[in-house]
Design a protein around this ligand. Structure first.
Ligand SMILES: NC(=O)C1=CN([C@@H]2O[C@H](COP(=O)(O)OP(=O)(O)OC[C@H]3O[C@@H](n4cnc5c(N)ncnc54)[C@H](O)[C@@H]3O)[C@@H](O)[C@H]2O)C=CC1
Ligand SMILES: O=C(O)C1=N[C@H](C(=O)O)C[C@H](O)C1
Length: 250
């Protein structure tokens, strides 16, 4: 059976790459390319079964609600989500008119990044210290990256489950934020550099040793197998699914 796909944010870096990936994928048909100014209703969705959203953090949640109202399942790669916005999507999915609908939201569809997040959470209980450094192209509008936030949350959850307390840090003065953002107690540093695409390093330290976990997306092609997998599988996972790892046997 062919899955008909609409791409929202189709004129963007990711959206245009996703349009091509959908056109190249067996069993998928691109039926709509939507971007700023297009209404997300049944008419513009042109019979799509699944919509893929790669837009901007400020609009993605509203898009998901409109897409659910229009009766399609949704795959989201846009960043900017948090527990509150996830909660509102869960509430929407619980309404009778959205029964059986599916939404999958993933901060990163690249296999190397999904594995890096998983490895970081696995390693976290064994180290006194852990910090996340994300490095991206300078056109990125949000910092820290959604992947870095998810990585830090995974590290923090694994440390908490293992009964670890706060990490050692004698910093007393940091007027300019040199220690970076703090996500659930984990420091996250953001680099924006021309020439980069999407990269992340997780450094974990003990007395006398360090583990470095690094993922590099040199090209947006790295995200496409994960996006195509999500499009193929989203409708078999009713409700809200967070992270591509939920579709992989990690
Ligand atoms: N989950 C993942 O694997 C990845 C996620 N991302 C995330 O995807 C998002 C998009 O990234 P890029 O493609 O680099 O950005 P971009 O700026 O190149 O593209 C965003 C597109 O969304 C459009 N847009 C803005 N508001 C809209 C609206 N209300 N309705 C429809 N379209 C709208 C813009 O016109 C633009 O064409 C970001 O949040 C980024 O962090 C990026 C790469 C991989
Ligand atoms: O904006 C990007 O480019 C990327 N955004 C996502 C994020 O914020 O984690 C995924 C990847 O890092 C590329």
């Amino acid at each position: 059976m062919t899955i008909r796909v609409a791409v929202v944010g189709a004129a963007g870096r990711m959206g245009s790459t996703v349009c091509q990936a959908v056109q190249d994928a067996k069993g998928l048909e691109l039926v709509a390319r939507l971007d700023v100014g297009d209404t997300l209703d049944a008419e513009h969705l042109a019979g799509a079964d699944v919509a893929v959203d790669f837009t901007v953090p400020s609009v993605t949640e509203a898009n998901v609600h409109s897409l659910l109202d229009a009766g399609v399942d949704v795959v989201v790669g846009t960043t900017g989500w948090n527990e509150e916005s996830y909660g509102r999507v869960r509430e929407h999915l619980a309404r009778p008119e959205a029964a059986g609908r599916s939404v999958l939201i993933a901060p990163n569809f690249a296999l190397s990044a999904v594995l890096a997040m998983s490895f970081a959470a696995k390693a976290a209980p064994y180290f006194e210290s852990a910090e996340v450094i994300e490095l991206h192209h300078p056109n990125k509008v949000d910092a820290p990256s959604g992947t870095a936030v998810a990585t830090a949350q995974g590290i923090a959850a694994a440390r908490a489950e293992a009964g670890l307390g706060a990490m050692p840090d004698a910093t007393q003065t940091d007027p300019d934020g040199a220690r970076g953002a703090v996500v659930d107690g984990v420091h996250v540093h953001a680099v924006r550099l021309r020439g980069l695409t999407a990269h992340e390093e997780v450094v974990l330290g003990n007395p006398g040793e360090q583990l470095t976990i690094r993922t590099d997306s040199f090209d947006r092609a790295s995200f496409m197998p994960g996006v195509v997998l999500a499009v193929r599988q989203v409708s078999s996972h009713p409700g809200l699914t967070i992270g591509l790892d939920a579709l992989l046997d990690l």
